[in-house]
Ligand binder design. Structure first.
Ligand SMILES: N[C@@H](CCC(=O)N[C@@H](CS)C(=O)NCC(=O)O)C(=O)O
Length: 204
């Protein structure tokens, strides 16, 4: 193929950037991954995105940010394999699950990783996240993917968190076996392995 036209500004340690790298890998789309260190805002990134946040995707004249916006654009722009169901009810349920991952789990992850978080709050957030993931674990025994027979954007939002559990100081207990098995299956996928930055490889 010719010159790469997609560019993705990505923090190699950031779980929101990781979501987009997973989608790119699942689609087999080549993109120039431009590493942006936490807190850095290169001029070209600010020109593309006034907030200077990552992930930011640039596709010719189009600049997109907010990981969910970027993921849905990639799913529409590169339809194979589809990462959202076809029917409106199922699509809406997937979007709702992504919202719940954000509210219930990403908020805790962000709190744990924020250096300004007080240690007592971090300990509490770790406990909540571990218990919540363990509580939901049985649903991973019912379907090969997260509440789905197919890989979807929901998995692409969840996997960056699960990959970071050691870095977050969380060890899942034995009763979470269905979730641990799901993690083993997912982490072995070629696309998942291809999505990892060098920093992420070092997390496990
Ligand atoms: N809701 C955003 C979160 C992205 C986000 O918070 N990115 C952080 C890095 S973890 C960032 O770029 N912060 C710098 C800034 O916003 O100026 C998304 O889903 O893309």
């Amino acid at each position: 193929m010719g010159v790469t036209k997609l560019a993705c500004y990505s923090d190699p340690a950031d779980h929101y950037s990781h979501r987009v790298r997973i989608v790119l890998a699942e689609k087999g789309v080549s993109a120039e991954i431009i590493d942006v260190a936490a807190g850095a805002q290169p001029r070209k990134l600010i020109e593309a995105n006034p907030y200077g946040s990552v992930p930011t995707l640039v596709d010719r004249d189009l600049a997109l940010y907010e990981s969910t916006v970027v993921m849905e654009y990639l799913d529409e722009r590169y339809p194979h394999p589809p990462l959202l169901p076809v029917y409106p009810v199922a699509r809406a349920n997937s979007r709702l699950l992504i919202h719940r991952i954000q509210r219930d789990w990403c908020a805790l992850v962000d709190l744990i990783l924020d250096p300004r978080t007080k240690e007592a709050a971090r300990v509490q957030a770790r406990k909540e996240l571990r218990e919540s993931l363990t509580g939901v674990s049985p649903v991973f025994a019912e379907k090969p993917f997260f509440l789905s027979d197919e890989q979807s954007l929901v998995d692409c939002c969840l996997l960056p968190i699960l990959w970071r559990l050691p870095k977050l100081g969380i060890e899942l207990p034995r009763p979470a076996k269905p979730l641990l098995d799901y993690m083993d299956r997912q982490f072995a996928r070629e696309a998942f392995q291809a999505s990892l930055s060098a920093t992420e490889r070092d997390m496990r």
